[in-house]
Design a protein. Structure first.
Length: 241
């Protein structure tokens, strides 16, 4: 089994923006998210993006006026972020998001961990540890926003084969194997070059986190006014300090 970093290096980094409909589409979705939730600097103006990837959250947050620190383990995706945000107030950090508090120690107004990043952590214990660190770093009145896929409901038989996206030169299919607390995610990416198809494949594990469990853990860490919604299988949780 590949680590999360190895999986991205071997399969996902090169197709990440593409599988979300392209870079501009990913940015636009998060502009709409920011507008929907009326996110704008009202305190320190410091925002932290945990698992920033190519900047789908970081860039709209910076454009909204935040000073953003973006964490990710993937150098290629962070370079894509930098290439598209030269004039914005964004600092990129290549490293494990669980250690973000070594860089940002206090007074963050907003911390986000979106696009399924939270389920990439190794264990539920790591998740609760991250929640505690986030609460400590946030300023009073600060917000923590999480989005992740609901993997608690087990798909059966052929429903475990998911066509992610395809075009004339790339075919991306995903296959899921369910375990008690995790899901083995097998990504199969066929790429066509000079008329020849080549297969890139790898698998890694994602945590099966429920909406209720995440809300309970945030509450135990001290978060208040926890709002959560589910839309098309995507869970959005917003906790307030």
């Amino acid at each position: 089994m590949a680590s999360v970093k190895e999986h991205y290096d071997e399969v996902l980094s090169d197709v990440y923006s593409w599988m979300f409909g392209g870079f501009e589409a990913g940015i636009q979705r998060n502009i709409e998210f920011i507008n929907k939730h009326k996110l704008a600097p009202r305190g320190s103006g410091i925002a932290v993006d945990l698992g920033a990837g190519c900047g789908f959250q970081s860039i709209p947050l910076a454009e909204a006026g935040y000073s953003v620190t973006s964490f990710d383990i993937d150098a290629k995706l962070l370079q894509e972020l930098r290439d598209n945000s030269e004039k914005l107030d964004i600092r990129t950090i290549e490293g494990d998001l669980i250690d973000f508090d070594n860089v940002v120690k206090s007074n963050a107004e907003l911390i986000v961990c979106m696009t399924d990043t939270i389920v990439h952590l190794e264990s539920k214990e790591k998740v609760t540890s991250l929640f505690a660190k986030v609460f400590k770093v946030l300023e009073p009145g600060g917000k923590f926003i999480i989005t992740f896929r609901d993997l608690t409901h087990e798909l059966k038989d052929l429903d475990r084969f998911l066509p992610v996206k395809s075009d004339d030169t790339i075919i991306f299919t995903c296959f899921l194997e369910y375990e008690l607390e995790k899901v083995k995610v097998h990504d199969l990416v066929y790429k066509k070059s000079s008329g020849v198809w080549e297969l890139f494949k790898s698998f890694y594990r994602k945590l099966r986190l429920s909406e209720d469990w995440v809300n309970a853990q945030l509450s135990q860490c001290g978060f208040e006014k926890i709002d959560s919604t589910v839309e098309n299988g995507l869970i959005t949780v917003i906790g307030n300090k």
